[in-house]
Ligand binder design. Structure first.
Ligand code: CP3
Length: 351
């Protein structure tokens, strides 16, 4: 079995498999050149041939064990009929919505067509990636996607979304329900196209109080997991509720995701003692350390490897690679992980 997939089924590897969130992106010169050829970022996401190419660029350079589909979490609202543009320098802009009636229905032809277009990239990656590379599909989790749909752009604290959720919970739940249905179809299309695993990105999970976290993070995620498991019982699902803190435990238990992506804030010892006995863990090097490089990066990476390698562990960052990250740092970190068993032996770094 592919090493990353093997770890996701709960079996630890002698050398932890690795990939990095946002491993395809602006820090790579070959990405910038393909992106220019495509025109806009959205054009690139919707061109299966070019999207396949950028998905594979980091794999060719660094030999990651996982290739994550190149797309964006905002493709789902776009496919549901919301206008979307990526504005150079300031990020995504959507026409904000306040009711589910402003969206197309999920079985609309337009949604299916766009979803299948994205799945074509998965098919291309599956065909061209090395045999041992795990193909990772993904979607944004409903809460995080809804925040962008309501604010219309990125925000520091998504205050409008919380205000909307608290003051009109029925309308807010209707939007989440629509996103649950859409996400099930979107991820099913990716799995049918060959995705070996899928990750749900809940980047803004950490801004909710516990009761709202249960309603808007755990519950929609659980419904997606239940539906996908009924159709594809052997495809592992990774949940990434960024910033969830002590709610990580309840998230893991209640959503029934197979593995958990961990943000930068949680201690590796806690991941080892509390999470690893229940599920494989993935994370959580600070992306700033990757940008800084040198001893601070290597020291932190070695600490993670030594603390977590006793159980099922996937090395990753705690959030996405930053655009100003030097390519050499990614090369050095990738080499450290790929050759970890040799370094461990040579330098006496057993756990
Ligand atoms: O991980 C990967 O390599 C796969 C591709 C991927 C992208 N976005 C490509 C992208 C994935 C998995 C995402 C997820 C995503 N998108 C999230 C969840 C993870 C996270 O970072 O919290 C979120 C919140 C988004 C929404 C989004 N997309 C924002 C806020 C921005 C603008 C900020 C930025 O970094 O530019 C994007 C644009 C985006 N998505 C880019 C890429 C490579 C940059 C666009 C460009 O090339 O100019």
């Amino acid at each position: 079995m592919k090493p990353l997939l093997e770890t996701l089924t709960g079996n630890k590897q002698d050398r932890p498999p690795f990939w990095f969130m946002r491993q395809a992106g602006r820090y790579l010169p070959e990405y910038r050149s393909t992106r220019e050829r495509a025109g806009s970022f959205l054009d690139l996401c919707l061109d299966p041939e070019l999207a396949t190419e950028v998905t594979l660029q980091p794999i060719r350079r660094f030999g990651m064990d996982g290739a994550i589909l190149f797309a964006d979490i905002l493709i789902v609202p776009y496919a549901l009929g919301q206008s979307l543009a990526y504005v150079e320098g300031s990020g995504p802009k959507l026409e904000p919505i306040r009711s589910v009636d402003e969206l197309r229905s999920v079985d609309h032809d337009a949604f299916g067509a766009l979803s299948r277009r994205i799945a074509e990239t998965v098919q291309g990656v599956k065909a061209e990636a090395p045999q041992e590379t795990t193909v990772i599909g993904f979607a944004g989790a409903p809460w995080t996607v809804a925040t962008y749909m309501i604010e219309g752009q990125t925000s520091r604290d998504f205050a409008q979304s919380r205000t909307f959720a608290y003051s009109d919970p029925d309308a807010f739940s209707a939007i989440l329900d629509r996103l649950v249905q859409a996400t099930i179809q979107y991820l099913s299309d990716q799995i049918e196209a060959g995705a070996d695993t899928v990750q749900l990105f809940d980047s803004w999970a950490g801004i909710l109080p516990a009761p709202a976290f249960r309603s808007y993070v755990i519950d929609p995620t659980r419904r997606i997991v239940v539906a996908l498991k009924a159709r594809y019982p052997d495809v592992p699902i990774i949940g990434f509720p960024r910033g969830a803190g002590i709610m990580y435990e309840e998230y893991l238990r209640e959503t029934k995701v197979d593995a958990v992506g961990v943000d930068t804030t949680l201690p590796a010892e806690w991941m080892r003692d509390t999470m690893q006995p229940q599920a494989p863990v993935q994370g959580n090097l600070d992306p700033i350390l990757l940008a800084v490089g040198g001893a601070p990066m290597l020291g932190a990476a070695i600490d993670l490897l030594r603390t977590l390698e006793g159980g099922p562990y996937i090395f990753n960052l705690g959030h996405g690679i930053l655009p100003h990250t030097p390519v050499e740092h990614v090369e050095i970190l990738s080499t450290l992980i790929r050759e970890w068993p040799t370094h461990r032996l040579r330098y006496g770094l057993e756990a």
